[in-house]
Design a binder for this molecule. Sequence first.
Ligand SMILES: C[S@@+](CC[C@H](N)C(=O)[O-])C[C@H]1O[C@@H](n2cnc3c(N)ncnc32)[C@H](O)[C@@H]1O
Length: 267
Amino acid sequence: MSNDPFMDFKRKQRESWTTFTPTATFTTPVAAHLVRFAGIRTGESVLDVGTGTGVVAVTAARTGARVSALDLTPELLVEARENARIAGHPEITWQEGDAETLPYPEASFDVVVSQFGHMFAPRPEVAVAEMRRVLKPTGRVAFVTWPPEHLVGRMFSLIGRNSPPPPPGVAPPPLWGNPAVIHERLAGAFGEPFFEPGTMVYPALSLAHYRQFIEATIGPMRKVVESLADAPDQLARVRADFEALVTPYYVDNQVRQSYLLTRAPVR
Ligand SMILES: C[S@@+](CC[C@H](N)C(=O)[O-])C[C@H]1O[C@@H](n2cnc3c(N)ncnc32)[C@H](O)[C@@H]1O
């Protein structure tokens, strides 16, 4: 029997991310930004936490780094292995696992990266301690997150308002996009963080196209829609709220989503 009180939460998370694959088209350019921002070099050992379909892991391997990658959701790792095969990097090591209990010895990596991944681990302090533990004393962490005040952060608030509450002690993922919170969470284990903003772009023929895409691919939103199958008026309200939220970010048939990059050396 497990003594992890968050196990049921993580089981639901794992199920909810199984439909993420089509979204990786849009996280692919961000992966290149993260790998450049992290300064990943030939021969360095790199761990990608919450790798999904492997966009960061494969991009890092293309620079000549030795890459390991981990994700909670095995269905996405099947896609990741295929992406690595196509890209000519079958040497990447893939592992099903949890950001809160990384299955690697201490001081294994030069760089730990995470693109919209570790932000979904329920206890930030546990994920930070694990990322620090597996880094060499000369190592660094670099990650990308969605700030709470921009589109995806606000989308997660909308999802939260229409979902059952998470168990006590689960931190809201978009707090990982707030520089003051990042400072506080990294202090002790890491040196001064450096930040850089970025924007990712989703082409969409209409707001309804974008909404349908998000409903089909982003598990937490899919769950909201499924839960309102017998409440059409409420579902229509949530959909209207969603489209109203996205409207100011939708320009020239593109939805523009701001993200935040952070990097910090081991202390
Ligand atoms: C938004 S997706 C990002 C995937 C990929 N990094 C990308 O940018 O395309 C979030 C990923 O985090 C993974 N994830 C969520 N909670 C996790 C945890 N506790 N440990 C490891 N991975 C987790 C999900 O399975 C999913 O693949």
